[in-house]
Design a binder for this molecule. Structure first.
Ligand code: NAD
Length: 289
């Protein structure tokens, strides 16, 4: 699934990047922008078919990308994460990893009603998956004697503010991502390895391609997109939209632009941040009518 072509000039030129959850909303938009900015991109996802479609999309939109490939990886399995990162050894080693894959389970609820297996599944993917990605990125950066590297981990605004529409396992997992990223940033700062956490607010975007295959079904059931779930329930929609000073949900592409900045050398002195991309939502008390 390789794409070879002339080297593009861009903000990520010469960098080898891995993006997990690359078949989803934020991951796919980021893959497209990374390729446009000249990175060599390894797109990773648990869903083979969605991944193939996402790869085809990147190839279609960025025909002159230096190198774009796809690999199936379940980030909750360390051996698979290790194989994913080590597969970039032959590219010259990983410079950037965007640990972005995550789930929000439909049965995730409050302290009383969240099933323990939903808690464990959520934490295995959202927390352990980010740990494994960070660990093997550090090992790769050291193996290739890199003096700089950028690791971006996707958290959420719910790591910063409480929600009266609870998904307790998800919220706790994103809080863990934030704390883990901060500590990794401090531990590895003198090696030149930067760690930042992206905190998106709820997004609006078109549904990525889905299938009815078993693995896709698991993911589909595990990650209902907020917009699908809200449907045309105006009361539910208003309950959330009213908290945005902008009066609208964000778009996946707006997260992807922030990730390009964090991946690039333009952010060389940005480390350990909770990088919030939320249209001002977490800074708002009363929003405009
Ligand atoms: P999405 O569901 O569109 O994409 C997530 C992708 O991750 C999917 O392609 C899925 O197949 C993949 N995935 C799931 N489990 C995996 C696993 N074990 N291994 C590898 N890949 C796996 O979601 P999105 O909105 O693009 O979310 C991306 C990240 O942003 C997630 O971590 C999510 O929690 C976070 N986030 C999303 C929102 C939002 O409103 N969409 C808001 C805040 C944070």
């Amino acid at each position: 699934m390789a794409l070879e072509g002339p080297i593009a000039r861009g903000r990520l030129q010469g960098k080898n990047a891995i993006i997990t959850g690359a078949a989803g909303g934020i991951g796919l938009e980021t893959s497209i922008l990374f390729a446009r900015e000249g990175a060599s991109v390894l797109m990773a996802d648990i869903s083979n078919l969605s991944l193939e479609r996402a790869l085809a999309k990147v190839k279609e939109l960025v025909p002159d990308a230096p190198r774009v490939e796809a690999i199936r990886c379940d980030i909750s399995k360390e051996s698979e994460v290790q194989a994913m990162v080590e597969s970039q050894d032959s590219w010259g080693g990983t410079d950037v990893i965007f640990n972005n894959a995550g789930i929000m389970h439909p049965n995730d609820a409050d302290a009383i009603d969240t099933p323990e297996e939903v808690w464990d599944l959520t934490h295995n993917i959202n927390v352990k998956g980010v740990w494994f990605g960070s660990k093997h990125a550090v090992l790769s950066l050291r193996r290739h004697k890199k003096s700089k590297g950028s690791i971006i981990n996707t958290a959420s605004v719910v790591a910063l503010v409480g929600s009266a529409t609870p998904q307790l396992a998800y919220t706790a997992s994103k809080g863990a991502v934030l704390a883990m990223t901060r500590e990794l940033a401090i531990v590895h700062a003198r090696e030149g390895f930067r760690f930042n956490a992206l905190c998106p607010a709820p997004l609006k975007y078109s549904t990525p391609p889905r299938t009815s295959s078993q693995s896709d079904k698991l993911i589909c059931d595990s990650t209902p997109l907020l917009q699908d779930w809200l449907g045309d329930d105006m009361a539910k929609r208003h309950r959330r939209e009213v908290h945005f000073p902008t009066g609208r949900f964000g778009e996946a592409i707006e997260q992807a632009h922030a990730v390009v900045f964090l991946a690039s050398d333009e952010s060389s002195f940005v480390n350990g941040t909770d990088f919030v991309v939320d249209g001002g939502m977490t800074k708002a008390y009363v929003t405009p009518e």
